[in-house]
Write a new protein. Structure first.
Length: 305
């Protein structure tokens, strides 16, 4: 008997290093990025049902579409096209990652839906095949299938492991206004103007620091080429980053296309202290604690038939 319900979870991410090359012909930019998943989770439950439906609850759920533009719905549709599946599925998403926050929450939903569907329908697809499907859904989806700490190249969808040790302790400051990745890349292009942009390269010092697992070394090496564009579109973010750094973070920056700002602390106690201090500063968004690396996975099979 096939299980009737399967749940999976996938983490949100921070870009520890995001190097943006020139805009390519397809409109996408060549990237080199160090992805780092943290324990803010997207939970996706799939249940055998008639038709394909989607329900969303949790953080900022009202801002998430439930129609065929939802990335988890698109993930199931892509799998159906690939495998010839005809069964219907009811999708329930529980959001923990800020929406349009530069932390890949929608991508995590797509990734968790792929992991759960593979189990629900006993597809047994290899990771490489799931990554191919993921890449058709968005640049960050392939990383969200596994999480951890990884090097992304191409549009961000080509992955290689990064040798990283230890846990990293983060404080996150969200922003109530979302930023779309497309508009931030466009702003990055506008700010660059006619300047020649070199091929992107990861900072080897950061890779060395991650191997050591030393936050004090890692902090000053955090880098995001999209940060000036995010500051240009939402100037208040500059002050948020400055405040986090002045309150004792060992590093801080905008995550991906923003607007979430992330701060690295020396250890868990320092991160708790920093979170308490930042919570008093009256930012318009939330102050959250997170730890990385975090890993995606199928949670459990509930055989309710
Ligand atoms: C900026 C990053 C950094 O990890 O993450 P977020 O901040 O969105 O989480 C990613 O590159 C975003 O990935 P994702 O959000 O999956 O983007 P996609 O849906 O693939 O693309 C949305 C739009 O972003 C732009 N885009 C995306 C990836 C890339 N390498 N070059 C681009 O120029 C394109 O304009 C594209 O139409
Ligand atoms: N399952 C989903 N969860 C969140 N957003 C989604 C989802 N499916 C589609 N979207 C759309 O994608 C946009 C960006 O999503 P998200 O992944 O949260 O942010 P980011 O690209 O900044 O990491 C949202 O504004 C929303 O309209």
């Amino acid at each position: 008997m096939e299980p009737a319900t399967v749940s999976a979870r996938a983490p949100g991410k921070i870009n520890l290093d995001l190097r943006v090359g020139p805009r390519g012909d397809g409109g996408f930019h060549e990237l080199v990025t160090v992805f780092h998943a943290v324990n803010l989770w997207e939970y996706v439950e799939l249940e055998l049902a008639a038709g394909l439906t989607c329900r969303v609850d949790g953080r900022q759920a009202a801002a998430v579409p439930t129609d065929s533009s939802n990335l988890a719905v698109r993930a199931i549709e892509e799998l159906r096209a690939l495998t010839g599946l005809v069964e219907g599925v009811a999708i329930t998403i529980h959001k923990g990652v800020p929406v349009a926050g530069g932390m890949a929450g929608g991508s995590a939903d797509a990734a968790a839906a792929l992991l759960a569907a593979d189990q629900l329908f006993s597809l047994g697809l290899p990771l490489t095949e799931l990554e191919r499907v993921a890449a058709r859904l968005g640049s960050d989806v392939a990383f969200c299938l596994t999480g951890g700490t990884a090097l992304g190249t191409g549009r961000g969808e080509l992955l290689a492991p990064v040798l990283a040790t230890g846990a990293l302790e983060w404080v996150l400051v969200t922003h109530p206004e979302g930023l779309s990745a497309g508009s931030v890349y466009a702003e990055c292009d506008r700010l660059r103007g006619e300047r020649t942009v070199p091929a992107p390269q990861v900072d080897p010092l950061l890779l060395g620091a991650l191997r050591q697992g030393d936050p004090a070394q890692i902090g000053p090496l955090l880098h995001n080429d999209l940060q000036p564009a995010a500051f240009s579109l939402l100037p208040a973010l500059r002050e948020t980053v400055d405040i986090g750094l002045s309150e004792g973070a060992v590093g801080g920056l905008v995550s991906g296309s923003g607007p979430t700002c992330v701060f690295l602390a020396e250890d868990a106690d320092d991160a708790d202290d920093l979170a308490n201090v930042l919570a008093q500063r009256g930012f318009p968004g939330e102050v959250l604690r997170a730890t990385g690396p975090a890993h995606a996975g199928v949670l459990g099979v509930a055989d309710v038939l």
